[in-house]
Design a protein around this ligand. Structure first.
Ligand SMILES: *[C@@H]1O[C@H](CO)[C@@H](O)[C@H](O)[C@H]1NC(C)=O
Ligand SMILES: *[C@@H]1O[C@H](CO)[C@@H](O)[C@H](O)[C@H]1NC(C)=O
Ligand SMILES: *[C@@H]1O[C@H](CO)[C@@H](O)[C@H](O)[C@H]1NC(C)=O
Length: 389
């Protein structure tokens, strides 16, 4: 009895230490905040995985992480001040936050921001820090939009919501926002970057009168067919994002269930014909599946994986006369680095103007303070020196 107790305490302490200890690489300047986020993520995942063993929930860590995001990680919205007004609005069926710096000119340019979070997490409120920072630096009105998230609402919910909201913003830009509808930039980070790229393509394809003036894609995911790209293999573990998290999110977004993530991470979800399309459109082949091949899943996802609404990179064709220029940010320590790089190459080869920016930073750094500084500074220089915007 005594012996058991004696063993139990160090075992529990070891588990706790494992959960709380998170080494943060040297290049992270905001190590404090990154360590806390990692630690909360790990705890949610650990408790969630334990709860899922009961069989009562499928992915309890999703709910836990969302709770933690709300309670601990989402900073309060910036208050109204003489320098900035923050209001809520609705566009189509989406709630939105509108940030208007005092220096924003009526009829000036605007920014629409689609938040990241793997189609599962995140909110306009959580991206308010970056959006206000950029909006204030360049004195433009910015709108951050909400969309339905997976796994409750798998594809195409997020895409449909974003497309409808962006159309409504473009149509009402001058009357509701006081912004020039011809000078609106559409941007997003991570999964938000994918949505921004896909919405931009959809507006161009539908030949809408109003389309974004620029697409601003920050470490975007640009395809869901290949999870064994060079960066997936090299940066499987990066400070705020592991390859396995991308695969879990993708599984939830594509199928409404987390169950298929092992197939996704091993490319076991991609059929022969998806591979063939990948090779044809990118001129390079996908590495063979490594594990967990799932023929039923692959058949089910065959059309979806090459649909430009989820994989803008794999679109059949790009019309450079209709697509706006792209400002693309890629980070070195990021499983999605190859996605950003491949998309910028494909756009450029098709004749779309691309401004490709590469930083020795990590996925998710945009919401940090010091680590995002250079990225935001460079964006501000770009906007201020580009008369087209
Ligand atoms: C800021 O002011 C506007 C009116 O100018 C108001 O509608 C809005 O609710 C205020 N926002 C906050 C966060 O108090
Ligand atoms: C925006 O424009 C659309 C179509 O022009 C209109 O139906 C809608 O009521 C307008 N307002 C908002 C806030 O979406
Ligand atoms: C933005 O507007 C404010 C207030 O009008 C002004 O003080 C500031 O210099 C402007 N900044 C830029 C970069 O234009």
């Amino acid at each position: 009895m005594e012996l058991k107790k004696f063993l139990l305490i160090p075992i529990l302490m070891a588990i706790l230490a494992y959960l709380l200890y998170e080494p943060v690489p040297d290049y992270v300047q905001d190590w404090h905040s990154v360590a806390i986020k990692n630690c909360i993520g790990k705890l949610c995942h650990f408790i969630g995985s334990a709860l899922s063993l009961t069989g009562l929930w499928e992915a309890p860590h999703v709910q836990l992480q969302r709770l933690a995001d709300l309670a601990l990680l989402t900073p309060a919205l910036p208050a109204n001040s003489s320098r900035l007004t923050v209001t809520e609005a609705r566009f189509a069926d989406s709630r939105a936050l509108v940030f208007r710096p005092a220096g924003a000119r009526a009829g000036g340019p605007g920014l629409v921001w689609i938040h990241g979070g793997g189609w599962v997490f995140g909110s306009p409120d959580a991206s308010a820090g970056f959006v206000t920072r950029l909006a204030m630096r360049i004195n433009i009105t910015a709108v951050a939009i909400e969309y339905r998230r997976a796994p409750e609402h798998p594809f195409p919910a997020a895409f449909d919501d974003c497309l409808a909201a962006v159309r409504s913003i473009l149509a009402n830009a001058s009357s509701v926002l006081g912004v020039n509808p011809h000078r609106i930039m559409l941007g997003g980070d991570s999964a938000g970057g994918q949505l921004a790229a896909s919405v931009t393509q959809a507006l161009a394809k539908a030949e809408d009168q109003l389309t974004p003036r620029l697409q601003l894609l920050v470490y975007p995911i640009t395809q869901l067919a290949n999870f064994r790209t060079q960066s997936h293999r090299e940066s499987y573990r990066s400070p705020l994002l592991e390859g396995s998290q991308v695969a879990r999110s993708a599984s939830m977004y594509l199928t409404g269930s987390i169950r298929h993530w092992r197939s996704v991470i091993g490319n076991g979800h991609a059929s022969k014909s998806v591979r063939a399309v990948y090779t044809e459109r990118l001129g390079e082949s996908m590495p063979p599946e490594s594990s967990h091949a799932d023929a039923t899943l692959a058949a089910k996802l065959e059309k979806l994986l090459i649909d430009p609404r989820v994989s803008p990179l794999l679109t059949p064709s790009i019309d450079p006369l209709r697509l706006p220029p792209a400002y693309i940010v890629a980070c070195q320590h990021d499983p999605l680095r190859s996605d950003a790089h491949l998309y910028s190459q494909r756009l450029e080869k098709s004749g779309v103007r691309v401004y490709y920016k590469y930083y020795p930073c990590y996925h998710g750094c945009l919401t940090e303070d010091k680590d995002a500084k250079r990225i935001v500074d460079d964006m501000a220089v770009f906007f201020n020196s580009n008369a087209m915007l």
